[in-house]
Design a protein around this ligand. Structure first.
Ligand code: ATP
Ligand code: MG
Length: 571
């Protein structure tokens, strides 16, 4: 492509609302355009990268026998009502009505649609297993769209759905997809980890998230350097032994704590460690108030809480001031386990082992000391509610875990029969017995992957694309387009590379050399060949985007080096 003809508008300034490198560079490199919050379009250079990622995804999915198709984005509400998710999905779903008031949504995901198609077509075990996928635009009205392609409201996803006759067969399909994902993200040049994950609102029994390690990631993963444990912090089980089993239980005693409302203030006021305190957090879950009780220095894991309550995430909110006053009979800040009324009490599994604790008194300006589980209060549910932190024991081997931030680029789920049972997707087995299909689903955020690659591959001047996803492999820059020998040689190299099937850009714009170099760094083309003042002698400059070194090469040397570099890269 000749850049003089190319639709490309780069920006020198960093756009105001772009906080992270991938968002800034995608906008500055003119690869994406924002239409409204969380909604972006792809410009020619950016779309080439998307297609590269899509093709890697296709090749690896096809290699595992998955078949590509394309379903509609518009979905009728009836299917979602059958699975029970029309309500469960909540405000993230873009909903619309047709002219006859029939309800639809713009697909945030496609379990229902795929299950519907397959239940109508597939009748016999002979047709299973079946794994079908699409690469399609998805819609989610995210509460906080941000970071450009990272969390947008319209985004490109690859979603696959598998149908097997039993769990054993699903395990095989799942392992195949796990391998395919490992290949895909490796080929995309990502430093990632596959971690054990929560199954969330989608339901099911087993899941892994593929997480690209990055400081800007919204997810946190916990991993162990002593064994192969790795999980999202939401998912990670916290197995912590309480140390004070044989302590004598003391008498309950009210303490005056005027205006001391938060756990931090209490900590200061009483000069005791968080270990001696119980915090009581009040939530509203549908129509019920829930009191979640956890040791003062632990953090509540809301995912574990919603899973224990068996409600979708969006149905959990903080209790209102009014609700707090009603159930505690006190101002906000003095909630505790003793005497609280009309609530579901759910305690972290460490709490029953803790002795002589300090908690809110359910009385304004008072706390209580020497609170003990069983003697003084009981719970409706006792379960691990802790959020994993750095140094907590690994649930597999007991050594301290490490935490790292990451970007979830893909997720694989064993759905089991959740959807096939709800939606009656059955097949006849070898003995003519009807059975529900055993399902899996597998998503990759294609546009988010593009952003994640940039997060891991950039410097202060711009993007450094891995060869496999680069919009072009080589850029040939003509320093001065008024010099005939430079133009001629530039065109010649461009032609030779094209003939060799190299994806090449020719920067033949009537711009200053500085502008051209800045742009080529910004858009991140892996190899640059500069045709300048030594053109008459057939000498050019060769440079790779990922290293500082520049070489004076003959035309032939530069071309050979470029081709060799491309062929030796992971593509
Ligand atoms: P998240 O937890 O980040 O909201 P999710 O777990 O809801 O994502 P899935 O339903 O597993 O997402 O979707 C499959 C993939 O689609 C994710 O792994 C992610 O890469 C991508 N994805 C999900 N939501 C978005 C979004 N709002 N913008 C861009 N990509 C997204
Ligand atoms: Mg996910």
């Amino acid at each position: 492509m000749k850049m003089s003809k190319m639709y490309l508008h780069t920006l020198r300034e960093v756009p105001n609302d772009a906080e992270i490198p991938s968002h800034q560079f995608l906008l500055r490199a003119g690869m994406i355009k924002r239409l409204v919050s969380g909604v972006y379009g792809f410009m020619p250079l950016g779309y080439r990268v998307i297609r590269k990622i899509e093709n890697i995804v296709r090749e690896e999915m096809d290699a595992k026998g998955a078949q590509e198709l394309l379903m509609s984005a518009v979905q009728p509400s009836e299917l979602w009502k059958e699975s029970g998710r029309w309500n469960d999905f909540g405000p993230e779903m873009f909903r619309l009505k047709d002219r006859n008031q029939r309800e639809f949504c713009l697909g945030p995901t496609h379990e229902e649609v795929f299950t519907d198609i397959v239940r109508n077509d597939v009748k016999s075990y002979k047709e299973l297993p079946l794994n079908i996928y699409q690469i399609q635009t998805k819609y989610r009205d995210e509460q906080r769209p941000r970071f450009g392609l990272m969390r947008s409201r319209e985004f490109i996803m690859k979603d696959a759905y598998s149908f097997d006759k039993d769990w054993e067969s699903l395990d095989k399909t799942y392992d195949d997809m796990y391998d395919a994902y490992t290949n895909i993200f490796t080929r995309c040049g990502l430093n990632f980890r596959a971690v054990d994950a929560d199954t969330g609102a989608i339901g099911g029994s087993g899941s892994h998230e593929f997480t690209a390690l990055s400081e800007v990631g919204e997810g946190v993963i916990a991993y162990c350097n002593h064994c192969d444990f790795a999980a999202t912090t939401e998912r990670a089980e916290c197995v912590i032994e309480a140390k004070c089993e044989n302590v004598e239980l003391k008498e309950i005693n009210e303490i005056h704590t005027p205006n001391i409302k938060s756990i931090e203030e209490l900590h200061e006021f009483l000069k005791v460690d968080g270990e001696k305190l119980l915090k009581t957090l009040l939530f509203k879950a549908k129509d019920q108030i829930v009191a979640a009780i956890i040791r003062g220095d632990r953090e509540l894991n809301e995912t574990k809480l919603v899973n224990a309550l068996k409600i979708p995430e969006h149905e959990l909110e903080f209790a209102s001031e009014e609700d707090v006053k009603r159930v505690t009979n006190a101002e906000v800040g003095f909630a505790g386990p003793i005497g609280i009324k009309d609530v579901i009490v759910i305690v972290d599994d460490e709490v029953p082992h803790l002795k002589n604790m300090i908690a809110g008194a359910n009385k304004t300006d008072y706390h209580i000391e020497n609170v003990n589980y069983d003697r003084d209060f009981k719970a409706d549910i006792v379960i691990d509610l802790k959020l994993m932190k750095e140094g907590y024991p690994c649930p597999t081997c007991g050594e301290g875990v490490n935490l790292a931030r990451g970007i979830e680029v893909g997720q694989v789920f064993k759905l089991g029969t959740k959807y096939s049972e709800a939606m009656d997707a059955k097949y006849m087995d070898e003995n003519m017995k009807e059975k529900p299909m055993v399902m899996g689903c597998y998503g990759i955020g294609v546009s988010r992957t593009m952003a994640a690659i940039i997060e891991q591959h950039h410097d202060e001047n711009g993007i450094i694309w891995p060869m496999s996803v680069a919009p072009y492999h080589v850029i040939v820059s003509i320093v001065n387009v008024k010099k005939e020998d430079q133009v001629e040689l530039g065109e010649k190299i461009y032609k030779i590379l094209q003939d060799q099937k190299v994806e090449v850009l020719l920067d033949d714009r009537a711009e200053r050399a500085g502008v051209k170099f800045k742009d080529s760094d910004l858009i991140g083309i892996p190899i640059r060949i500069v045709v300048g003042k030594n053109a008459a002698e057939g000498i050019v400059e060769y440079k790779q985007r990922d290293c500082e070194d520049k070489y004076e090469f003959t035309v032939e040397e530069a071309i050979n080096k470029a081709i060799e570099e491309i062929h030796s890269s992971v593509l």
